[in-house]
Design a protein around this ligand. Structure first.
Ligand SMILES: Nc1ncnc2c1ncn2[C@@H]1O[C@H](COP(=O)(O)OP(=O)(O)OP(=O)(O)O)[C@@H](O)[C@H]1O
Ligand SMILES: [Mg+2]
Length: 229
């Protein structure tokens, strides 16, 4: 079953004629990982925003094409409708952090989704243990290092077991140990049926073999599949 289907997606930001996305076709099935690389300014973050339904519902611009998440049109679904299905680690995660402690920050999304306090406590402790971040529980998320912020953002994005995890340059600030833990968590989710959309600068993508990802380059508004060799 397709988790995400994008077909003929075109998008230009409001006030600009340039089509950042100019005919993007991509579908991601349950249990699949897709890695998107490409030059800076090539549109990776824009594509993540489309997958997360933030484009076209919250960001102004000229959008066309068909985008479906779990079989539902993203324009209708919108970010709140999509939040059950999607975990999104944004390129600049501090902008999405609002709670006073790391523990509260990770719990926030679950509480917001109406989960019981006991279930929230178990889930938060579990993900913090798996990502090796127990020592951060009482810290202020905005005062962490960039790598630590990425871990908090990742924990917050996966704690509700979404069907689609979107990672926008989300592993770049992690040291090798933490990266290995993050990849293990992502791979466990993938094997449990989650789809992964991973955006990374050109030349990186060290995680692709680990996650058996399909790889694409996003350039001039279009995706080209990389043939592994
Ligand atoms: N809110 C916005 N309004 C207008 N133009 C924007 C906006 N956000 C991004 N752009 C432009 O859209 C293009 C694609 O940007 P995007 O952030 O998607 O690229 P990227 O591949 O994620 O780059 P990076 O590798 O630097 O993260 C760039 O030319 C950028 O300047
Ligand atoms: Mg980007």
């Amino acid at each position: 079953m397709s988790v995400l289907v994008l077909s003929g997606i075109k998008f230009a930001y409001s006030g600009s004629n340039r089509k950042v996305l100019d005919g993007v076709d991509l579908s991601i099935e349950k249990g699949e990982a897709v890695l998107i690389s490409g030059p800076s300014g090539g549109g990776k973050t824009t594509l993540c925003l489309v997958a997360a339904t933030i484009i076209p519902t919250r960001v102004q611009g000229d959008f066309s094409g068909m985008a479906e998440l779990m079989g539902q049109g993203t324009r209708k679904l919108g970010p709140s409708g999509a939040s059950e299905y999607v975990g999104y680690v944004m390129q600049e995660p501090e902008f999405s952090m609002i709670m006073p402690t790391v523990e509260d920050e990770i719990a926030f999304g679950l509480e917001n989704r109406g989960r019981e306090p006991a279930e929230v406590a178990v889930a938060v402790e579990g993900v913090m243990t798996r990502l090796g971040m127990e020592g951060l529980a009482g810290r202020d998320p905005r005062r962490l290092s960039s790598g630590e912020k990425q871990l908090v953002a990742m924990a917050s994005a996966v704690v509700h077991k979404p069907q689609l995890v979107i990672l926008d340059e989300a592993l770049s600030g992690l040291d090798d140990d933490k990266r290995a833990l993050a990849l293990a968590e992502l791979d466990a989710m993938r094997q449990g049926g989650a789809a992964l959309l991973i955006a990374e600068h050109a030349g990186t993508g060290r995680q692709a073999p680990f996650l058996s990802a399909r790889r694409y380059v996003l350039q001039d508004g279009r995706l080209a599949e990389e043939v592994s060799g």
